[in-house]
Design a protein around this ligand. Structure first.
Ligand code: IMP
Length: 214
């Protein structure tokens, strides 16, 4: 392991990942493993009401709830898809876009991700401006009084139809800028390098590496 990773190991060896989403957990686990930190999947999901208006508020609400329950360093993220021609929707409502009071309702079949994508493609039908960005905010709480947050974005646009079977959520319809493949056609390493969550997490990793030693 590189010399500059030593301090990271000293302060935190294990970080609880405050999520019940296995797709997210795997992405975060892969990146933390690279600097010798073990990502812990909570033995049970802590249900919180994501009542914030921003990704930062929701990420903090989740991190605090997991810290209260498990009393160990916690990393939580809140993320979503921001579509420019839809005034920023689905935004903080990304995971339950199918049911919110904007743009009509979609039956959650065969699953919620598919319903979310169906609604998005319906609302964008015929629209020329298909630009969108994924955005993630990560909050790392070391203990109840100390923590840090970071933000990462990945710009791109929404394709005409779903493609690919990797990733999760809106990946099959999101094409990152400068690419011709959807996020769901990228290998996990490739996605982590350019993704909103990958970038936000890299900033947290850099912070941990450069943290003052006393
Ligand atoms: P959260 O769990 O409240 O952060 O909800 C995030 C939602 O945004 C997910 O359920 C997905 O619908 C969407 N989302 C966030 N990150 C990604 C991603 O990397 N790929 C695809 N969809 C994502």
């Amino acid at each position: 392991m590189a010399e500059d990773n030593k301090y990271v190991e000293e302060i935190v060896r294990r970080i609880l990942i405050g999520t019940g989403n296995k797709g997210k957990f795997k992405e975060i686990e892969r990146i933390l493993k690279g600097i010798g930190i073990e990502a812990i999947l909570p033995e049970e999901e802590v249900k919180v009401e994501e009542k914030g208006n921003t990704f930062l508020e929701n990420a903090y609400i989740k991190a605090e709830a997991y810290y209260e329950r498990f009393k160990m360093p916690v990393l939580a993220d809140d993320s979503g898809l921001v579509v420019y021609s839809l005034g920023g929707f689905p935004g903080v409502f990304s995971s339950r876009f199918w049911e919110i009071d904007y743009g009509g309702y979609e039956e959650p079949v065969p699953d919620k991700d598919t319903a979310n994508i169906r609604k998005l493609l319906r609302l964008l039908k015929g629209k020329e401006d298909r630009r969108a960005r994924f955005e993630a905010v990560i909050v790392l709480l070391l203990d109840k009084d100390r923590g840090v947050f970071s933000r990462g974005v990945c710009e791109g646009y929404i394709g005409e139809c779903p493609k690919g079977d990797k990733g999760f959520g809106y990946d099959p319809v999101f094409i990152p800028s400068g690419m011709e493949r959807t996020m769901a056609e990228l290998d996990p390493e490739e996605k982590n390098r350019i993704s909103h969550r990958g970038k936000a997490l890299q900033k947290i990793v850099d912070f941990l590496k450069n943290m003052p030693k006393d």
